[in-house]
Ligand binder design. Structure first.
Ligand code: GLU
Length: 507
């Protein structure tokens, strides 16, 4: 393989449902490698298994990549000069390669019916179609050429299987794992072409990677056991000099590190595993996704970028742009990466802080609309956002932290005020309310000395009046700096809230 070869990588999901975060990480690492090397990032939809086809899954994949900012250079939707990019549309191109393999002695026709194979499996639970028993089964290796021709001539349904060699070692260099070897005696004769004429994943992946001039394959570690089949096919088809380089990405593990993270773990532990909500067409059941849970795409991508990769420093926050610059295969770890939902939330919190108010505003307004806030003043919302931003883990938390900026409290934390309430305090607030009327500058920096000066004059303690004041405005003992709240609410509203709260406090 020439070292000048253009980098062309592919993300090759099967459209079978929601996209697991591990799938998006595979897409991301492919994308990063392509961008880093001025290469092409291709989306190929692997839909040859018609029994697993799910309507809407391809659109979901497109939407998901768009949300994450991982725009493919070539895809079913966008096209490109190596299409079609949907495997089902390439169906006619596969049979010739399967036949070529038969001609060269690397594959064979298998006529065993599903029922016959089922019978075998019943008899031997560990049944594998392999070098050990292939001559005892119904195929073109065990039958005479005449019998085979007769069956083919009669249109007998058949599959084509690879003839895996006996007593060989298949070795290759994985960019992440180094030298990897497999004993062919442990590999079964996988089906390459199904009875319906569709290729299986194994044949299609090799034919398409060749046709699309894929230079590097980044895919999950779960595909490592399939690699020897693919390597044999590259060799048997005579394409060894064009074989891509392999990189099997570390698994994403359950939070406790015990095994691969599955959708069920998410359901069990209460966090999303899919990138976006996925609705099952049959049951209508919705599986929650990161997007709908309130994750910013920047945070989601950042979190995925450091699942199994780091730049060798303590840095954890990376934009897609920075990941592109810093990404290197050498720093991808071999060991599985534990998924930590608390850490995922931390990324979101950090990204909310990093994102400009302007960029967050549309989502914040959606939150307000969802809570029936009708009159929305962009400038006011932006100021409120500035005041509470540090506290948000999700954009939707905005309501919890800022609702009092938009609606007058209906109830108060009376347990915190009433036991220590006094006539003196009532008088203080009546007086301060009257004084507020005459205050000219309604700025936090002026209001604070003004209010604190009044407390000093009253000879009461700071906390005794500051805390009730906050509860009057907010309803409870939370929120940002009280004078920031006073400034933002405005004179009229503050006076009205103090008046209303006094009635509740003295009732
Ligand atoms: N279609 C496979 C999947 O669903 C692709 C595996 C590969 O990248 O070779 O993940």
């Amino acid at each position: 393989m020439s070292s000048e070869r253009k980098v062309r990588v592919r993300f090759a999901p099967s459209p079978t449902g929601g996209l697991h975060l591990g799938g998006v990480r595979t897409a991301l690492f492919n994308y990063l490698y392509a961008r880093k090397h001025q290469g092409d990032f291709i989306l190929r939809v692997e839909d040859t298994d018609q029994t697993r086809f799910v309507a809407g899954a391809e659109e979901y994949i497109n939407e998901c990549l768009a949300w994450c900012g991982l725009t493919p250079d070539e895809s079913p939707a966008k096209g490109g000069s190596f299409g079609p990019y949907r495997q089902s549309e390439r169906k006619p191109s596969y049979r010739q390669f399967a036949e070529q393999l038969i001609e060269n002695g690397y594959a064979y026709y298998a006529f065993d019916t599903a029922a016959e194979l089922e019978e075998q499996r019943k008899e031997q639970p560990n049944f594998r179609y392999s070098h050990e028993n292939r001559l005892k089964l119904r195929n073109s290796l065990s039958l005479s050429p005449e019998e085979t021709q007769q069956l083919l001539g009669a249109g007998t349904p058949h599959t084509i299987r690879i003839k895996v060699p006996t007593d060989e070692i298949v070795s290759f260099t994985d960019m992440i794992r180094g030298q990897v070897s497999f004993d062919t005696n442990l590999i079964d004769d996988k089906v390459l072409l199904k009875a319906d004429g569709m290729p299986t994943y194994h044949l299609a992946v090799v034919v398409d990677d060749k046709a699309m001039e894929i230079s590097h394959v980044f895919r999950g570690e779960e595909w490592l056991p399939s690699a020897p089949i693919h390597i044999l096919l590259w060799e048997y088809l005579g394409w060894n000099d064009q074989m891509p380089q392999w990189a099997h990405l570390p698994l994403i593990l359950k939070p406790d590190g015990n095994g691969k993270l599955s959708k069920r773990d998410g359901d069990r532990l209460g966090f999303p595993v899919y990138a976006m909500n996925w609705k099952d067409a049959q049951s209508d059941a919705v599986t929650k996704g990161f997007r709908e849970m309130g994750f910013l795409p920047e945070a989601f991508v950042n979190m995925l970028g450091v699942l199994g990769w780091n730049d060798g420093t303590e840095q954890e926050l990376f934009s897609l742009e920075e990941l592109t610059q810093k990404f290197s295969v050498e720093r991808i770890s071999k060991a599985g990466a534990k998924f930590d939902f608390e850490k995922a939330k931390w990324f979101n919190h950090e990204w909310i802080k990093k994102t400009s108010n302007e960029a967050l505003l549309p989502q914040i307004k959606d939150v307000l609309v969802a809570h029936q806030i009708q009159h929305i003043d962009d400038k006011y919302v932006a100021q409120v956002l500035y005041a509470v931003k540090e506290r948000l883990t999700f954009v939707s938390d905005f309501w919890e932290h800022a609702s009092f900026f938009f609606v007058t409290p209906e109830s108060y934390d009376l347990d915190a005020v009433k036991p220590k309430w006094s006539a003196e305090k009532t008088t203080f607030f009546e007086n301060i309310n009257a004084a507020f009327e005459t205050v000219e500058s309604w700025k936090a920096t002026d209001l604070e000395p003004f209010f604190k000066g009044a407390i000093q004059d009253s000879r009461m303690k700071m906390g005794e009046l500051m805390m009730p004041f906050r509860i009057m405005l907010v309803g409870g003992k939370f929120g940002p700096d009280v004078f920031q709240i006073v400034e933002l609410l405005g004179k009229e509203e503050v006076i009205a809230r103090v008046r209303k709260a006094l009635i509740a406090f003295t009732a």
